[in-house]
Design a protein around this ligand. Structure first.
Ligand code: ZN
Ligand code: ZN
Length: 360
């Protein structure tokens, strides 16, 4: 990994600490960047904590997806929380001092999708830390329409992971849940969050599937009734045996792995729901007649979070006390531990890592 650190001594007032993808190659750069200033509808947020996502690892590694999507230089990072620092002249919903986080899909409000209430599918979407300057920095800018004011009872670590938790809430609640049986394939942070959301929403039974024992342990702590290790357990057979041979009513695919698609459909009840969030690295083949048509399966792609339906539900679930996401938040570190946190995230030996500000 390439790493260039600029000195933090003699920091000028108009410069800020930031993590940047400076050049189109693998690595990350700690830089002194100009503090961003926005327009009349923008909110400047002083970031207090952030979390590292799989997307950030793609950007650090500069894989095919990152190379095709990201324009350098870019301050990246999109999972964050902070305090409103300043607001544009037309901003009404928040004031300096408010604790906030934000919807990271910046939508145009004017396109076909937006005007039909599907802002999460905006044709002109700009994703924070991917298409526009992100949150691994002292300050980040967001339009007022994307800022989410936090309830005082939501702790900072949880505020920092509203983006991935929102993915889980959107996926889990994209169909009926109460009294139904589910399998979650892929127990990274979003999969583990989803297990908790399903259980908090009245799911009768949830199986969690992964190959990583730590992740399965976290899924169990999030309420999974059964954990299955793909390297050891017969997945389809065990799920069918646990559901009177019927299969699960819902399959949440959070891994993008081809085997999960195959086994997920095979373990699905007739008329079941398949909610796909994990991104396969290449096109997949599926027997459409057998797995979808004759099974009467409802297959849905899940992108982002519903703006802002998902957010209100997420807040209500957290405040109800029924959804405790702490088992997923395995590490709290400082911003200066950024490289270490990236390696830890990559190693699979962590759930979600939250990094808190460790400089004034
Ligand atoms: Zn993320
Ligand atoms: Zn739009």
């Amino acid at each position: 990994m390439t790493l260039e650190t600029t000195t933090r001594t003699n920091v000028k007032i108009d410069r800020m600490w930031a993590i940047e993808k400076s050049k189109p190659e693998a690595g990350l750069w700690k830089i002194q960047a100009p503090i961003p200033s926005g327009g009349p509808k923008d909110v400047r947020i002083r970031v207090t904590a952030f979390a590292i996502c799989g997307t950030d690892l793609h950007i650090v590694d500069w894989d095919r997806w990152a190379a095709s999507r990201v324009k350098t230089p870019l301050v990246f990072g999109h999972e964050f929380t902070g305090i409103v620092d300043s607001v544009g002249a037309e901003v009404k919903a928040v004031r300096p001092g408010d604790r906030v986080t934000g919807e990271t899909h910046v939508y145009c409000g004017l396109c076909y999708a937006c005007r039909r209430g599907l802002q999460h599918l905006c044709y002109n979407v700009e994703i924070l830390g991917v298409d526009r300057q992100g949150a691994f920095a002292d300050y980040v800018l967001l339009p007022e329409q994307n800022v989410w004011k936090l309830h005082p009872d939501i702790p900072e670590e949880i505020a920092a992971v509203h983006d991935p938790l929102g993915n889980a809430v959107h996926t889990a609640l994209a169909g009926p849940v109460a009294g139904l049986k589910f399998a979650v394939f892929g127990c990274g942070p979003i999969g583990c969050f989803a297990v908790g959301v399903l259980k908090a929403s009245g799911a009768a039974w949830v199986a969690a599937v992964d190959k990583n024992p730590l992740r399965l342990e976290i899924a169990e702590r999030m309420g999974a009734d059964l954990t299955l290790n793909v390297q050891r357990d017969p997945i389809v057979k065990t799920i069918l045996a646990s559901t009177d041979g019927r299969g699960v009513d819902g399959m949440l695919e959070m891994s993008g792995h081809p085997n999960s698609f195959r086994e997920g459909f095979e373990a699905l009840a007739n008329g079941g729901r398949v909610s796909l969030l994990g991104i396969p690295s290449k096109p997949l083949e599926i027997d459409v007649a057998k797995e979808i048509i004759f099974r009467g399966a409802v297959v849905q792609g899940i992108n982002g979070r519903l703006i802002f339906d998902t957010w209100y539900r997420m807040e209500a679930l957290l405040l109800s006390g029924k959804l405790d996401v702490k088992p997923v938040l395995t590490h709290v570190m400082g911003w200066s531990d950024f490289e270490e946190a990236v390696e830890l995230q990559r190693s699979g030996k962590a759930g979600k890592i939250v990094l808190k500000r460790d400089h004034p």
